[in-house]
Design a protein around this ligand. Structure first.
Ligand code: BGC
Length: 355
């Protein structure tokens, strides 16, 4: 279905002191209205994801209805209801809680509106056509492997002390981030080379509601005062992303005087880059949101024009109704040694953003 998009082009010019406003209104064919539902503007990445997609979709001739839900599930549900009511023809959704969109997406399905799950898989609904994300398991595995190498666990006995800080338990990605990391680290825990002084290792114990920095910080302050106040050394913290890594670093700055631990992260948030450069966060995982946005725009265009959407994985991501055809982009580890090449030379950031 084609929609007419009327864009008023206002070309005002001054002619001999008179403001001349031509009434030129130029009509363009729109290729369709796309709803883009993002979880929150609190975190840098979702702003970039939303803006990148909007820009690229518009360049391809689509109209875009971009909404952010302030991390509130009810708001996201009502935004999606409105998108359906407004005639949006395809929905791209980064969910807040993977399990909470079944009812509203049943309406999308009734209206033949395809749904692409963006970054986070939407669970237990057969309304999801495609999933586009970074390889979440590989993100966790990369973080785990970084810790193994940095502590040289293959060649030393330790024992080394480690703690875990993951993200929102309603975000399906957490299972893959934590799962990927634990597949690498668990054997060393079993061998006794890694020890967890807090004993906190279950998904719920290590979760951080809404991925909030303050929540991670509060939990980590408790861990430090309960298990490290006697001078016990902390060697490593598996933090699943940068907002939680920042909470850990804040807690350490105020409550810990031992040797500084290795801290992992994810996203290469601007807020974390000074810590990476100063050695207060050992690594982050770079997920170039430009790549993901472009891939999703390719998917959207293929679906809207009757072409074939790109996928490279049809097995890994089962949302409870079957495996969802997925496109997985590749995450890359970033440290102080390669951030210039990966983040600055690639034009993702400029160095002055880290000051
Ligand atoms: C994303 C991460 C992000 C986290 C918090 C996850 O679903 O994959 O990139 O750090 O949500 O927003």
């Amino acid at each position: 279905m084609k929609r007419k998009l009327f864009a008023a082009v206002l070309c005002a010019s001054m002619v001999a002191g008179t403001l001349v406003v031509p009434t030129a209104v130029h009509a363009e064919e729109s290729k369709g209205l796309i709803g883009v539902a993002m979880p929150t503007q609190d975190l840098q990445r979702w702003n970039q994801d939303g803006e990148n997609m909007k820009k690229e979709l518009e360049e391809k001739g689509y109209e875009v209805d971009l909404q952010y839900a302030g991390n509130d599930v009810a708001t996201q549900v009502s935004q999606i209801e409105n998108m359906i009511a407004n005639g949006d023809q395809l929905l791209v959704i980064a969910s807040i809680e993977g399990d909470s969109l079944g009812t509203v997406l049943a309406q999308a399905k009734e209206n033949d509106i395809p749904v692409i799950a963006y970054d986070r898989l939407i669970m237990n609904t057969d309304a999801v056509s495609y999933y586009a994300t970074f390889d979440n398991y590989l993100v966790g595995k990369t973080q785990g492997e970084y810790i193994v190498d940095a502590l040289d666990l293959e060649n030393t006995d330790g024992p080394y002390n480690i703690e875990f800080v993951t993200g929102d338990p309603g975000d399906n990605n957490v299972n893959f981030f934590f799962g990927g990391a634990m597949d690498v680290l668990q054997p060393y825990i079993d061998e006794g080379k890694l020890v967890v002084p807090s004993g906190q290792m279950t998904k719920d114990e290590v979760a951080t509601a809404n991925w909030a920095t303050e929540t991670a910080q509060a939990r980590f302050e408790n861990i430090l005062s309960s298990y490290y106040a006697d001078g016990t050394n902390l060697d490593a913290v598996l933090a699943s992303n940068d907002s939680t890594a920042l909470g850990v670093a804040n807690a350490l700055a105020a409550n810990y005087t031992g040797e500084y631990p290795i801290i992992t992260g994810q996203d290469c948030d601007i807020a974390n880059m000074p810590n990476i450069i100063d050695g207060k966060q050992a690594m982050s995982v770079f997920k170039d949101t430009r790549t993901l946005a472009s891939k999703v725009v390719e998917m959207v265009d293929a679906i809207m024009t009757g072409g074939e959407a790109p996928v490279n994985d049809t097995e890994t991501y089962d949302n409870g109704t079957g495996a969802i055809p997925s496109y997985l982009c590749e995450p890359v580890a970033v440290t102080v040694d390669n951030y210039k090449e990966l983040l600055i030379d690639s034009g993702y950031y400029t160095e002055d953003q880290f000051e």
